[in-house]
Design a protein around this ligand. Structure first.
Ligand SMILES: *Cc1c(COP(=O)(O)O)cnc(C)c1O
Length: 234
């Protein structure tokens, strides 16, 4: 069936999840970390409710999406049916989507500029809900990539946490595709140590095992669970 090339059947999702969880446990054990110290964020962007529901049925409870609008279309109904699922925002957040994001997401992983941080603080106060915040760091200092530059992390964390009283829990990064990820993961870990932040969101389908060895507490895995995504239409 040409339409399903690269996309596992819904029935494969439980097996894929079991494999990812087994790999995660082995990676944690290998570096003498507790297996419960790493949370799997299943990245369901572009995938429909049927595939997401298959993952929930298989016991998955934490999910990630890249776009506020897509998440808003898919997730209110799913959350209504499964009250204990948690949703992370992984993609860039525009200021005009902050209110929707604060209402829908439990964790916002992509905070990376002062205007966005201020908007989040204002809207959280107005809405009376406080999703956790991670600061996205552009560890590769790539021009096209989101995230604060490494030498700005300490000041930005201080601004978010101390001045704006945002619930900052950790750091997130997406390393350059063509570089050794462990260098970036180690850099992020060192910045989290210096800023006294506990959560490290790093590692995707290709490198979550390496990330766990480097101290990840959250890994964001899409393709290895749900299969290939259609090419982005930006
Ligand atoms: C899409 C995405 C992922 C998941 O990527 P896979 O390679 O499919 O596992 C993780 N993090 C971010 C920020 C993403 O945009």
């Amino acid at each position: 069936m040409p339409l399903s090339i690269g996309k596992p059947a819904v029935s494969d999702i439980a097996a894929n999840l079991a494999q990812v969880r087994a790999d995660m446990a082995a990676a944690a054990t290998a570096v003498e970390r507790d297996t419960s110290a790493v949370t799997l964020v299943a990245v369901s962007k572009t995938h429909g409710a049927d595939r997401i529901t298959a993952a929930i049925t298989a016991g998955q409870r934490v999910f990630g999406e890249n776009r506020v609008q897509e998440a808003e279309d898919k997730w209110p109904a799913i959350k209504q049916a499964h009250g204990d699922v948690r949703l992370h925002l992984l993609g860039p957040l525009q200021r005009n989507k902050v209110r929707k994001a604060v209402r829908l997401f439990d964790v916002i992983e992509s905070v990376d500029r002062p205007k966005l941080a201020r908007a989040l603080a204002d809207v959280m106060a107005e809405e009376g809900v406080r999703p956790d915040v991670l600061i996205q760091v552009n560890t590769g200092e790539e021009a096209q990539k989101a995230g604060v530059m490494p030498d700005e992390v300490e000041a930005f964390v201080a601004q978010c946490r101390d001045d704006l009283a945002l619930p900052v829990k950790g750091l997130m990064c997406v390393p350059p595709v063509d570089e050794e990820p462990s260098l970036h993961f180690s850099l992020l870990r060192e910045m989290a140590r210096r800023t006294d932040l506990a959560e490290l969101s790093m590692g995707m389908s290709a490198d979550y095992v390496i990330a766990i060895r480097c101290g990840a507490t959250l890994v964001r895995v899409g393709t290895a669970i749900f299969g290939e995504r259609p090419a982005p239409t930006l």
